[in-house]
Design a protein around this ligand. Structure first.
Ligand code: SF4
Ligand code: SF4
Length: 171
């Protein structure tokens, strides 16, 4: 059984805690303090530049197609072996994939596939709302990856990326 002092302390604390809590609410409920709550999904979060989403294949604005040359380097590099690339042999002078797919249910967003790409056509996208009801829905084909990739960034951005990679490999 609690002694009298402890009981009195508990009673005092219970009365003190109410104004204490109200004071904290009052201090934080002020127009001077910026709102920190994100109203997702109505408001989409601003993602950092280096955010890694699903690997995607942006299209070249000049051709409307992916710049992929179907070399398969990304598939060989992927530690999860979830990338499938099939070469289109219809025109020997124009290397392109006839099929390209990624099973993102097993992707760990490591970005190694993008690092291996010799033409920098595979980049980490910004999409994160990827939930589906089926496993098949997690397999993204060439069209899906191009749609998610949007248009390829301006030429100078591509050159910047290539320069960065070159510097990284030299250091
Ligand atoms: S991000 Fe990593 S795990 Fe995902 S496809 Fe690329 S290499 Fe594979
Ligand atoms: S490494 Fe690049 S060019 Fe080669 S198959 Fe993959 S995405 Fe295409």
């Amino acid at each position: 059984m609690k002694n009298k002092t402890v009981i009195i302390k508990d009673i005092i604390n219970s009365f003190v805690s109410i104004p204490k809590g109200l004071w904290i609410t009052l201090v934080n409920w002020s127009i001077a303090r910026p709102c920190v709550t994100e109203l997702y999904p109505e408001q989409k979060r601003q993602l950092p530049q280096n955010y890694r989403g699903i690997p995607v294949l942006p299209v070249d604005p000049k051709t409307g197609k992916s710049r992929c040359i179907a070399c398969g380097a990304c598939a060989r590099m992927c530690p999860e072996h979830i990338i499938t690339v099939e070469i289109d042999k219809s025109d020997p002078k124009d290397r392109k994939p006839s099929e390209f797919s990624i099973d993102i249910s097993r992707c760990m967003w490591c970005g190694l596939c993008t690092e291996a790409c010799p033409v920098n056509c595979l980049v980490m996208g910004k999409d994160f709302e990827l939930a589906t009801y089926t496993r098949e829905g997690m397999i993204y084909n060439l069209e899906d990856l191009m749609r998610l990739g949007g248009e390829f960034p301006a030429e100078e951005v591509v050159e910047e990326i290539a320069e960065e990679k070159k510097e990284e490999s030299e250091s």
